[in-house]
Design a protein around this ligand. Structure first.
Ligand code: C2E
Ligand code: MG
Ligand code: MG
Length: 559
């Protein structure tokens, strides 16, 4: 027959019972070990055990106290210290054994040492909230802290600011120097950010190459600007990693201040990221932009439209309108400018919004060819319908002009639509030549051979270098509409415009004045009989049917 004591002694869990006076009545080996007690034999009585062991004193007191309040306890976890200064976590199940009078005869308990488990749990929870590489709080922890800050920011929005720091070159660094090196750079950034902030601020790594700082009480806008300058200075200080000198961290900063109007941390982080993206467009390293609702609405719209255009493989929703260009002296029809229009989800998107996006995404190439082909077909149909041999201005972007093979595609379009190149003016801006001078000039000369002529659009807004102009195969200057819009109220504009017109005529260019909206503007223009005009005063861009009607009127409906 095996005694139950022998069985309990083999248990890894501690088992014991003790009196209300904390005399240990019985305990197995594991319990004695846990309590730092030594006994000749386990299961022997140890009077006043609480005076012999601090651990037992704590354990028995906590358990008795719990039982007094809630009866038997189950899986109750608590922390105890040992005399040697170490400590451990225990999990207890315990109950009271009554005597004949209903009083307490003793307490019985079994205990498990869960210290290792607790440490593991703590490690896991640290990993869940901290970035292993930099030791900084991660996105989850930052988001939690931010959520709390947003609550209090509802009342005190000026007491908080978010700065997002987006690194630009991390993948390049990883590629060129290796991942370990990239890790060192990240640690350097973490240290730099921490060095610029106070203890009450939160610095976190929110994704692989994004850091965020939640500033508490930045002391108003000027205080905040000082902190931002400090961050910028620190990040642009040269540093050394493994004997490699790096000149500066390449990054952009987005700021939200004051921190009002946010329902959740994710949208605040997103807006800070949008501000950083806007800072990136300045092309200055470590540029910083503050979030503003209006500009960000625009940025968000641009972003969503660029996603649409990037994926778009057809030209559904696009069409072309035609704005007449007229003789300034008598308003007689001279030519048309073909202008692209886009209707997306039932709403028309302004060209000033979608053209830059189309340029950015490369979509401009197919759009430009679509506009050219549509315009050529229109010329063909006007010739068939009204016998009209009118000229057409078509905008071509920098991107198209510098593309290898562009003249061949234009040749194909002319061939397909049966239009002679001499009926076309390609409008381009000065940036076309600044972008890639030799390729653009080469293509422009090939296009000249097809009979196509060139017109410099928005003249006066770029460098407008006249000596430069002579190098280009350009016949016509379209003077930007900003000159006309200032004409009535700004005498200086009048003088400048007068000189541009005189010089343009002297140099033998055909001149088109853009943006004439009122008769009063027209009357302030010189050399009217040598000018062409394009503006709302005469015509807005017309849909095909209205351009048809105009041509019919001009040609007297000859058919
Ligand atoms: P742009 O080539 O300078 O075209 C003239 C713009 O001025 C047109 O704007 C026209 O509607 C506008 N405009 C003409 N007269 C007046 C006026 O009296 N007052 C005012 N306020 N505006 C006037 P739109 O159609 O919005 O086009 C804007 C720009 O988009 C164009 O400027 C051009 O740079 C670009 N764009 C339009 N279609 C195309 C295209 O097919 N290809 C390329 N690459 N760019 C295009
Ligand atoms: Mg134009
Ligand atoms: Mg223009």
């Amino acid at each position: 027959m095996i005694e139950y004591k022998e069985i309990f002694d083999e248990f890894s869990e501690g088992f014991a019972c003790w009196t209300p006076e904390q005399d240990l009545l019985q305990a197995n080996a594991a319990f004695l070990h846990m309590m730092d007690l030594e006994a000749e034999k386990p299961f022997s009585r140890i009077p006043g055990a609480n005076t012999l062991s601090q651990a037992f004193s704590e354990v028995s007191s906590v358990i008795m106290n719990q039982i007094e309040h809630q009866g038997a306890i189950k899986n109750f976890e608590f922390h105890i210290s040992h005399e040697a200064g170490s400590s451990r976590w225990v999990r207890a199940n315990a109950w009271r054994i009554p005597n004949a009078n209903g009083g307490t005869r003793c307490y019985a308990a079994y205990l498990a040492d869960v210290t290792t488990l607790k440490l593991k749990e703590a490690e896991l929870s640290h990993q869940a909230f901290y970035d292993v590489l930099t030791g900084l709080p991660n996105r989850t922890l930052f988001t939690n802290k931010l959520a709390a800050a947003l609550q209090s920011a509802k009342r005190y929005p000026e007491q908080y600011a978010i700065i997002k720091v987006v690194l630009e070159d991390l993948s390049n660094i990883n590629q060129h120097y290796g991942r370990d090196f990239g890790d060192m750079v990240l640690r350097h950034v973490a240290k730099s950010l921490l060095a610029c902030c106070r203890e009450t601020d939160q610095v976190a790594r929110t994704s692989s190459d994004n850091f965020a700082v939640l500033l508490r009480d930045p002391e108003g806008g000027s205080g905040l600007v000082k902190i931002i300058r400090r961050l910028q200075n620190t990040l642009e200080t040269p540093f050394v990693i493994w004997e490699q000198q790096l000149s500066s961290i390449s990054a952009h900063l987005g700021v939200i201040f004051p921190l009002n109007d946010y329902g959740n941390p994710e949208s605040a982080l997103r807006d800070a990221g949008l501000a950083a993206s806007r800072a990136k467009t300045t092309r200055n390293n470590l540029a910083c932009k503050f979030f503003s609702k209006k500009t960000m609405e625009k940025a968000r719209r641009t972003l969503s439209l660029s996603v649409v255009l990037r994926k778009k493989s057809d030209l559904k929703g696009f069409n072309v309108v035609y704005q007449p260009i007229v003789q300034a002296a008598d308003g007689g029809l001279h030519s048309f400018e073909a202008l692209a229009r886009w209707s997306h989800k039932g709403k028309s998107v302004p060209p000033d919004t979608f053209i830059p996006i189309a340029e950015d995404t490369g979509f401009i190439k197919s759009l430009g060819e679509f506009v050219l082909e549509t315009a050529c077909r229109q010329l063909h149909s006007w010739h068939d319908e009204y016998g009209a041999s009118i000229n057409m201005h078509v905008n071509v972007s920098t991107n198209q002009l510098a593309t290898y093979g562009f003249p061949d595609r234009v040749h194909d379009i002319l061939h397909r639509t049966g239009i002679d190149g001499s009926r076309l003016f390609f409008e381009m801006t000065e940036s076309a030549f600044l972008h890639d001078f030799s390729k653009t000039l080469h293509n422009a000369n090939l296009l000249r051979r097809l009979g196509i002529r060139f017109c410099l659009d928005d003249f006066g807004t770029g460098y407008s270098s006249l000596s430069y102009l002579k190098l280009l195969p350009i016949e016509c200057l379209k003077i930007d509409r900003s000159f006309v819009s200032d004409l009535e109220k700004d005498p200086a504009s009048r003088v400048i415009l007068k000189h541009i017109v005189a010089l343009g005529i002297d140099m033998g260019y055909r001149l088109v004045m853009e943006g004439v909206e009122r008769k009063s503007q027209l009357s302030l223009l010189d050399e009217l009989d040598r000018l062409l005009v394009q503006g709302f005063y005469f015509y807005k861009p017309l849909p095909t049917y209205a351009a048809d009607a105009l041509l019919e009127e001009y040609t007297g409906g000859m058919r």
